[in-house]
Design a protein around this ligand. Structure first.
Ligand SMILES: Cc1cc2nc3c(=O)[nH]c(=O)nc-3n(C[C@H](O)[C@H](O)[C@H](O)COP(=O)(O)OP(=O)(O)OC[C@H]3O[C@@H](n4cnc5c(N)ncnc54)[C@H](O)[C@@H]3O)c2cc1C
Length: 205
């Protein structure tokens, strides 16, 4: 049973995992378990070239980012479980109130779920149909979708991040969206106190 399962190993999903990974080092989150499904075959990063994203050297390809972001996550925050190559097919809630996450091969359980699978309409995870709306900020002819949400909150324990949350498709926006969800979850873990996770350079005396 994971406390949080993030579905989608693209920009928003990995960004969410990085901030939650940093929260796991805090006393209020020490017993929490976080997993991310790092399937990347359907990522916008596959063909992207990034010259205008904050902190990313111009000329970086999405292919490089797909590799380096997961390496960053495993090196810096090894407590976050990365589950590779599992395309999630269905999501439901058990009578006990936890989520049942189903891939072709396995079933996983989590108390909270962050859906960050991008806004392409070709495939939607079964169980999310009731929340699907046309993407509010994409061209209609592209037939993008979003999940109805209020500041990323979809339903009890269920969040959406990235372009699927209705944001425009820019890397920095998707990354910020994933990080935003992570701090909302960290705030709940931290007794509902507004929470952000910062590191600082040690000051010399
Ligand atoms: C060709 C191209 C060029 C771009 N150039 C720029 C640019 O120059 N500057 C800029 O700022 N932005 C650019 N973008 C946009 C940017 O890449 C996206 O806005 C960003 O990747 C969206 O992040 P996301 O997390 O919402 O989706 P993604 O990064 O696409 O991540 C979604 C993830 O979910 C996974 N997934 C999907 N379905 C499932 C499932 N059922 N189970 C498990 N995992 C699943 C996917 O494989 C993927 O890893 C470009 C996009 C494209 C396509």
């Amino acid at each position: 049973m994971y406390d949080v399962a993030i579905i989608g190993g693209g920009v928003a999903g990995v960004s969410c995992a990085l901030v939650l990974g940093s929260a796991l080092e805090k006393p209020f989150a020490q017993d929490k378990k976080v997993a991310i499904f790092t399937h990347q075959k359907a990522s916008s990063l596959q063909n992207g070239l990034y010259n205008n994203a904050y902190g990313i050297p111009p000329g970086t390809t999405g292919q490089e980012l797909m590799r380096s972001s997961l390496e960053h996550l495993s090196t810096q925050y090894p407590k976050v479980t990365q589950i590779a190559d599992q395309k999630i097919l269905a999501l439901s809630k058990s009578s006990d109130g936890y989520f049942v996450i189903q891939s072709a091969d396995e079933i996983f359980e989590a108390r909270q779920v962050v859906v960050a699978v991008g806004s392409a309409s070709a495939f939607i995870i079964a169980g999310l149909e009731d929340y699907v709306i046309p993407h509010p900020k994409a061209k209609a002819e592209k037939r993008r979708i979003a999940l109805k949400n209020q500041d990323h909150w979809v339903a009890e324990g269920l969040y959406v991040a990235g372009t699927l949350a209705g944001h425009r498709s820019q890397l920095s926006i998707a990354a910020g969206s994933g990080a935003s969800v992570a701090t909302d979850i960290a705030s709940i873990w931290n007794d509902n106190q507004p929470t952000q996770i910062h590191d600082s350079v040690p000051q010399s005396v």
